[in-house]
Design a protein around this ligand. Structure first.
Ligand SMILES: *[C@@H]1O[C@H](CO)[C@@H](O)[C@H](O)[C@H]1NC(C)=O
Ligand SMILES: *[C@@H]1O[C@H](CO)[C@@H](O)[C@H](O)[C@H]1NC(C)=O
Length: 404
């Protein structure tokens, strides 16, 4: 055994011993995850929605290139995450996970170096069970310390941790083990919990991960998209800087919805303070896809440093008003028409949380226009089928608000 291998092995053994003996009960810890990440929802790209298992290192490198050349990277899309199917089916002699030799011949260190050289971060996927969902790669259950150590040694910055093929024990038992392992690895790694909403992770996820999926998977169609947003909205009160509700990754650009519907998708995710993880082939995006993903005003709602997730504040049949506070006394307001014909949707001040006498200036985030009139008491707009209107309301007289 080479000296370096021996010392790695030794440190892993020591880590295992120390973690088993100082294994505090989750409920007696305020927060296992002091990694300081996720002050705003994460942004980036993930291979799954666009590529499934058909991934290799060239796709990852070219994606990193495209994120930079398209301008997406400078808007904050920074995590490039390799989802399922990246590994060999067997661990190596030391028990470590091994990248698939055909798909990732240069290895993960080289890939991380490349992605980092572009100013981006590399994410990877693992599973809190015996096998990943594809069954092409071993799961991390029982090997959390070694796998976290391996990911850290590769230069990984983000871990999506799935829930397939587990032993039937509760996610509240299995997920914190990986949290501790990541903390022990010594590298700040964003921890994205993906257990599909089992046992309401919003209620305990903040002590364990930086984000948690609130439902099972999205699909590239209207019903699945809006229903993910609905399920995610239920937990709005639990989102906060450092820990976010995750309605799953974006389908924008994958072809199953029209442009208006993808605009609704982007708007709902932004007002919900959701992770903005692109799922299409960014090497070959249409003009519309790029326009939607690069709307800086919409991204700014997601990344607003107040970090408060919006709620559905009024619904009537097929129309809904979503609203949530932003920094500087502003309010994000989304008028959504889920039905089949055009309707006038009204946001009442009482519903969106401002006093009836307040007069506001409305900025339309998709038209990139500030409306010329000021509004008081309510705001109405005609909204076409499967579209939305997305605004920021700013009090016209901020000084009087600050005095009160
Ligand atoms: C790029 O996208 C267009 C349609 O959006 C498709 O027809 C074309 O085959 C794609 N090219 C590559 C290289 O994937
Ligand atoms: C919306 O309200 C405006 C102004 O009252 C009216 O002219 C228009 O017909 C309404 N549209 C619908 C679809 O109800």
């Amino acid at each position: 055994m080479e000296a370096s291998v021996f010392f790695t092995w030794l440190s892993i053994c020591l880590l295992l011993i120390t973690t088993t003996t100082s294994d505090d009960d989750l409920h007696h810890r305020r927060n296992l995850l002091g990694n300081g990440l996720g002050a705003t929802p994460p942004m980036g790209w993930n291979s799954w929605n666009g590529f499934g298992c058909m991934i290799d290192e060239n796709i990852i490198r070219e994606t990193a290139d495209a994120l930079v050349s398209s301008g997406l990277a400078k808007l904050g899309y920074e995590y490039v995450t390799i989802d399922d199917c990246w590994g060999e089916v067997d661990r190596d002699e030391q028990g470590a996970l091994v990248p698939n030799k055909a798909a990732f011949p240069s290895g993960m260190n080289a890939l991380a170096d490349y992605v980092h050289s572009k100013g981006l971060k590399l994410g990877i996927y693992a599973d809190a069970g015996y096998f990943t969902c594809s069954k092409k790669t071993p799961g991390s259950l029982g090997n959390e310390e070694l796998d976290a150590e391996t990911f850290a040694s590769w230069g990984i910055d983000y871990l999506k941790y799935d829930n397939c093929n587990n032993d039937g024990s509760k996610p509240t038992i299995r997920y914190p083990v990986m949290t501790r392992a990541l903390m022990n690895s010594g590298r700040p790694i964003f921890f994205a919990i993906c257990e599909w909403g089992d046992m309401h992770p919003a209620t305990w996820g903040y002590t364990v991960g930086n984000s948690w999926r609130t439902s099972c998977d999205i699909a590239d169609n209207w019903e699945r998209m809006v229903s993910r947003a609905d399920m995610n909205e239920y937990y709005a009160d639990y989102a906060r800087p450092g820990g976010w509700n995750d309605p799953d990754m974006l389908e924008i650009g994958n072809g199953g919805m029209n442009k208006d519907e993808y605009i609704v998708h982007m708007s709902l995710w932004a007002i919900s303070k959701a992770p903005l993880i692109i799922g299409c082939d960014v090497r070959n995006m249409s003009k519309d896809t790029l326009e939607i993903l690069t709307n800086e005003e919409v991204i700014a709602v997601d990344k607003d440093n107040l970090g408060v997730q919006a709620k559905k504040v009024r619904m009537d049949g097929d129309w809904e008003v979503w609203a949530g506070p932003l920094s500087h006394y502003r309010i994000a307001v989304l008028l959504l028409n889920r039905g089949g014909w055009t309707v006038n949707i009204t946001a009442y001040w009482d519903d969106i949380g401002i006093t009836s006498s307040t007069s506001v200036v409305a900025r339309d985030l998709w038209e990139h226009k500030t409306l010329t009139s000021k509004f008081r008491g309510s705001f109405t707009a005609a909204v076409d089928p499967h579209t939305c209107k997305f605004y920021i309301f700013t009090p016209a007289d901020k000084k009087s608000l600050q005095m009160s």
